[in-house]
Write a protein that binds this ligand. Structure first.
Ligand code: PEP
Ligand code: CO
Length: 453
C-alpha cells in the first residue's frame, strides 16, 4: 500500500520534535500572542524574497558573492537610529571593499530585524556566582541576571515584531534615501585606511578603488545620479528558531499562492535544529523564502544530501545556502567530502563560510572570545577546500557590530586579552568590532584577488 506523505501546512511542524523552543508559562497568553502576530502586516513581501533568491542564484553560479553579517543576538535595549546606522555603515563599507576585491556584485544580507532568539548548547549558564537558565534572546525573555528575568514571556514575540518593524523601516529609509551613496562609503573607507598604521596596509587597495571611481567619472558617469551608486538593497535574515513566531508571520502570497515566512527575506536553520526529521526542517521545507542551513563538524555528506532533498526537492537555484562552520583547524579536512557529495548530486546550492561559530573559546578570566587570525584562517581553509573541489566559495557569514567593542581578540588595532573587559557588551557571542570588520573585508578582498577565485 502506498504511504501518502502528510500535507505541509504552516502548523504541520507541530507533529515533529521541535528542539530549543521556549516553554511559555501560560498557553493562553502564548495563543493570544500568536493570534496577534497572525493579524499584523507582514514585514517583507514575497516578491522581495524572490528577488533575493534570484540574487543568491547568481552567487551560487559564481557571478556574485554573499555578505551575510550582523549581531549574534539583537537587543531590545539597542533600538536606536545611531545603533542601526553604525551597523549599516560598516556593512556598506565591507561590501564596497568586497565588490572591488571580487569584481562581482555583493549580495548584502543582514542578521538584522529579527535576530532575537538563540539556541544554546547548555540549558543553564553561570553568571557570576549564580547558575541561571541560559539566555535565549530578547524574543523569549530578558537578559538580566535573575531567574525571574529568564522566565519566557510570549508577549515578547509581539515586541520582537515591533522591534523588527522599526529596524527594517529605518534600514529601508537609509538604503534608499542617499545614506548608501558609494562615494560616501568610499570616503569612510579612506578614513579607516588613513587613521591607523595598520589600516595603511590597505592604502594601495583604497587608492585603486579611488582611481576606478575617477575613471568612471571621467567616462561621463554621473556618480551622484546613477541609482546603482547611491541606493542599495539590504535584505533581512535571522535564525528561524522560535517556530511560534515564524508560523504566525507566515502568509500565503496572493500572486503565486505559495507560502512565505514574512518575518524576514531569508531564514536559516541553526546547527542545533537541523535534524532531517525535526520540526524546523519540516516548517522551512514548506515556505518559499531563500533558506540558509548551518553545516557544522558533525554533519556527514549523507545527512547534508538528505537535507538538500528535504529543503529543496525542486532544486530551485538560490533557494538553499549551505553555511559551513567547521572550525579553522578542521575545515580543510571535513568540508571537501561534503562539497563533493553535494556537487555530484547536482543540487544548485550556494556555499558560504561562517568562520565564527566553531572558533569560540573561553579565556582564563572567563570571557567567551574568538581570535581574528583564527577567523581568517577558517575563511582561508574554506577557500582552499572549495578550490580543491572546484566549488565556488560564494560568501561569508559573520557576527559584527558597528561599535568599538572589545569582544574578539586581535585585528588591525589588536585587542589584547587583558582588554576584553573594557567594552565587552555582547548579549551572546563575541562580535567583531567596526575596525576588525573592515580589516576582515580588506583581507578577504586581497585573498580573493590574489587567488583569482
Ligand atoms: C548563530 O549563527 O548565531 C549560531 C548560533 O550559529 P550555529 O547554529 O551555527 O551555532
Ligand atoms: Co552567534
Amino acid at each position: 500500500m502506498a504511504v501518502t506523505k502528510p500535507v505541509w501546512t504552516p502548523s504541520s511542524w507541530r507533529s515533529s520534535t521541535a528542539l530549543h523552543q521556549p516553554e511559555w508559562p501560560s498557553e493562553e497568553r502564548a495563543e493570544a500572542a500568536r493570534a496577534r502576530l497572525a493579524s499584523v502586516p507582514p514585514l517583507v513581501f514575497a516578491g522581495e524574497a524572490r528577488q533575493l533568491r534570484a540574487s543568491l542564484a547568481e552567487a551560487a553560479e559564481g557571478r556574485a558573492f554573499l555578505l551575510q553579517a550582523g549581531e549574534c543576538a539583537e537587543s531590545f535595549h539597542d533600538l536606536s537610529a545611531v545603533h542601526i546606522r553604525e551597523k549599516l555603515k560598516i556593512m556598506l563599507q565591507m561590501a564596497a571593499v568586497l565588490t572591488y576585491g571580487a569584481t562581482l556584485p555583493v549580495v548584502k544580507v543582514g542578521r538584522i530585524a529579527g535576530q532575537l532568539a538563540k539556541a544554546r548548547s547548555s540549558p543553564t549558564e553561570r553568571v557570576g556566582d549564580d547558575e541561571l537558565p541560559s539566555f535565549r534572546g530578547h524574543m523569549v525573555h530578558d537578559d538580566a541576571a535573575t531567574s525571574e528575568a529568564r522566565i519566557p514571556d510570549p508577549d515578547r514575540m509581539v515586541q520582537a515584531y515591533h522591534h523588527a518593524t522599526a529596524t527594517l523601516n529605518l534600514l529601508r529609509a537609509f538604503t534608499k534615501g542617499g545614506f548608501a551613496d558609494l562615494m560616501r562609503v568610499h570616503e569612510w573607507n579612506q578614513e579607516f585606511v588613513a587613521s591607523s598604521p595598520e589600516g595603511r596596509r590597505y592604502e594601495q587597495f583604497a587608492s585603486e578603488i579611488e582611481r576606478a571611481l575617477r575613471f568612471m567619472a571621467a567616462c561621463g558617469i554621473d556618480l551622484g545620479a546613477a541609482p546603482q551608486l547611491h541606493q542599495v538593497d539590504i535584505w533581512t535574515s535571522h535564525e528561524g528558531l522560535v517556530l511560534d513566531y515564524e508560523e504566525s508571520l507566515t502568509r500565503r502570497d496572493s500572486l503565486t499562492g505559495d507560502w512565505y515566512d514574512c518575518s524576514a527575506h531569508m531564514l536559516w536553520i541553526g546547527e542545533r535544529t537541523r535534524q532531517p526529521d525535526g520540526a524546523h526542517v519540516e516548517f522551512f521545507s514548506g515556505v518559499h523564502n531563500p533558506l540558509g542551513l548551518k553545516v557544522g563538524p558533525t554533519a556527514t555528506p549523507d545527512e547534508v544530501l538528505e537535507l538538500c532533498e528535504r529543503l529543496n526537492p525542486g532544486r530551485v537555484p538560490g533557494r538553499l545556502t549551505l553555511i559551513a562552520r567547521m572550525g579553522a583547524e578542521r575545515v580543510f579536512e571535513l568540508l571537501p567530502p561534503i562539497l563533493r557529495a553535494v556537487r555530484e548530486s547536482g543540487h544548485p546550492v550556494l556555499w558560504a563560510s561562517d568562520p565564527m561559530h566553531a572558533n569560540v573559546f573561553r579565556t582564563e578570566s572567563g570571557f567567551k572570545t574568538r581570535r581574528f587570525d583564527v577567523i581568517m584562517a577558517e575563511i582561508e581553509g574554506f577557500f582552499a577546500a572549495c578550490r580543491k573541489e572546484q566549488v565556488w566559495p560564494g560568501g561569508i557569514h559573520v557576527e559584527f557590530t558597528g561599535e568599538d567593542v572589545t569582544e574578539c581578540l586581535g585585528g588591525s588595532e589588536a585587542v589584547l586579552e587583558e582588554q576584553l573587559n573594557v567594552r565587552y557588551m555582547t548579549l551572546c557571542d563575541p562580535r567583531l568590532n567596526a575596525r576588525q570588520s573592515l580589516d576582515l573585508a580588506f583581507r578577504l578582498a586581497e585573498l580573493m584577488r590574489r587567488r583569482d577565485v
